[in-house]
Design a protein around this ligand. Structure first.
Ligand SMILES: NC(=O)c1ccc[n+]([C@@H]2O[C@H](COP(=O)([O-])OP(=O)(O)OC[C@H]3O[C@@H](n4cnc5c(N)ncnc54)[C@H](O)[C@@H]3O)[C@@H](O)[C@H]2O)c1
Length: 368
């Protein structure tokens, strides 16, 4: 293979409408000399024709296993479970470098097939910062889900199925409509407000009409005094967007919620960070991840107190597949342009070293 080439595979995970390459980014790669194959995929937010129109070659859905093995395969989410050996180079989120459930089985497929894996979660620039991440739209969508849950709660109802929106504007209009035309008068607190998710949450609140004064933005400086924080109880929606890297005092506990009594304002907690099973979860008031079909879980504090719902969905950007894909693949583009010369590009060299280390661990674990 002399011409730089990428093969965009379909996604098989339920509800996943995002793509690792948007049509506009595929066009930029083609303009730079790449050949791009795109699997037909009805699940993807972008139509097949959008790729064809910019010069991509469409191929059958899920046909990557029979693609020439020297063509790198790019996708987003995990491959469907299987024991088939993997002979290709894959660029994707594999969720196996932190030794998540099944990690060594996934890596043993690469070991047996002779392929390799570049995990999108671990592509960093020379300053150690992620080159591409979905955080902004996670915060944006999480804040929207929080506002929808608040509106449902005010009507004495429970928020039902959430489905991906065609675009950001459709989401904003829907949330405003459900709130009776505007979010004005709602008060929100975002912790981790300077990060990717936090900035997204703040922007959603602005776009649905909250007054600036009603969007309280906290980051490291404001939490330095240590929780729990009674201030959280005085807003309608609390959105947690921190990157948890060590043990910290809880932000909110069942005791502080009960102590706030029957006049508490806090109605919805959106835990975008979703450190649900982490022993240092700073919001130890719930214990499950919620889903698009059942977005909220109640905090069990007794019927004598006002209701409190938690949203802890761990794949929020899926609610905004178009913008999330567009932003992610644009951020990835400079690295993809370097991919043909990856042995000289530090982003790819480091990702490959990490893969090799994890592959060796997996081989030892699986006795290969
Ligand atoms: N639920 C989802 O769908 C979803 C999607 C993407 C990311 N995430 C998660 O969201 C979290 C944040 O991701 P990000 O990309 O925004 O990270 P980021 O590094 O861009 O931002 C994190 C922010 O949290 C702040 N922070 C860290 N500890 C804090 C503390 N104790 N008090 C106050 N602020 C604190 C940091 O200063 C930073 O501004 C991560 O855990 C990530 O895995 C969730």
């Amino acid at each position: 293979m002399t011409q730089p080439t990428l093969w965009l595979r379909c996604e098989k995970k339920e509800f996943e409408r995002r793509a690792a390459l948007s049509p506009s980014v595929a066009k930029k790669l083609i303009d730079a000399g790449f050949k791009i194959y795109v699997e037909r995929d009805e699940q993807r937010i972008f139509d097949d024709s959008e790729y064809q129109n910019v010069g991509c070659e469409l191929v059958e859905n899920n046909s990557w296993p029979s693609a020439p093995t020297d063509i790198p395969i790019i996708g987003l989410k995990e491959l469907p479970e299987s024991t088939d050996p993997l002979p290709h180079t894959h660029i994707q989120f594999a969720h196996c470098f932190k030794h998540q459930a099944g990690w060594s089985k996934v890596l043993s497929r690469f070991h047996r097939g002779g392929g390799s894996l570049y995990d999108l979660e671990f592509l960093n620039d020379s300053n150690g910062r992620r080159v591409a991440a979905f955080g902004y739209h996670a915060g944006f969508a999480g804040a929207a889900a929080g506002a929808l849950a608040l509106a449902s709660q005010k009507k004495g109802e429970t928020l039902g199925l959430l489905t991906p929106y065609a675009n950001e504007d459709a989401m904003i209009q829907d949330v405003k409509k459900v709130l009776g035309g505007s979010g004005k008068g709602t008060k929100a607190l975002v912790i981790g407000a300077l990060g990717r998710c936090g900035r997204g949450a703040v922007d959603l609140f602005k776009k649905i009409g909250l007054d600036d004064d009603d969007i309280i933005k906290w980051d490291m400086a404001e939490t330095a005094k240590g929780g729990p924080f009674p201030e959280i109880l005085d807003v309608d929606i609390f959105v947690n967007c921190i990157y948890l890297s060590s043990q910290i005092p809880s932000f909110l506990t069942p005791d502080t919620i009960i102590a706030a009594g029957k006049t508490r304002r806090l109605a919805v907690v959106v835990d975008v960070s979703c450190d649900t099973t982490n022993p240092f979860n700073p919001i130890p008031i719930y214990s499950i991840n919620t889903t698009f079909s059942s977005p909220t879980v109640p905090v069990n504090i007794g019927p004598e107190y006002p209701p409190l719902s938690v949203i802890s969905i761990d794949h929020l950007p899926t609610l905004l597949p178009r913008e999330a894909s567009e932003q992610f693949s644009s951020d990835l583009l400079p690295s993809l342009l370097e991919f043909p010369n990856r042995e000289k590009a530090s982003t790819w060299v480091q990702a490959n070293e990490l893969y090799k280390k994890n592959l060796a661990d997996a081989a030892a674990t699986e006795g290969l």
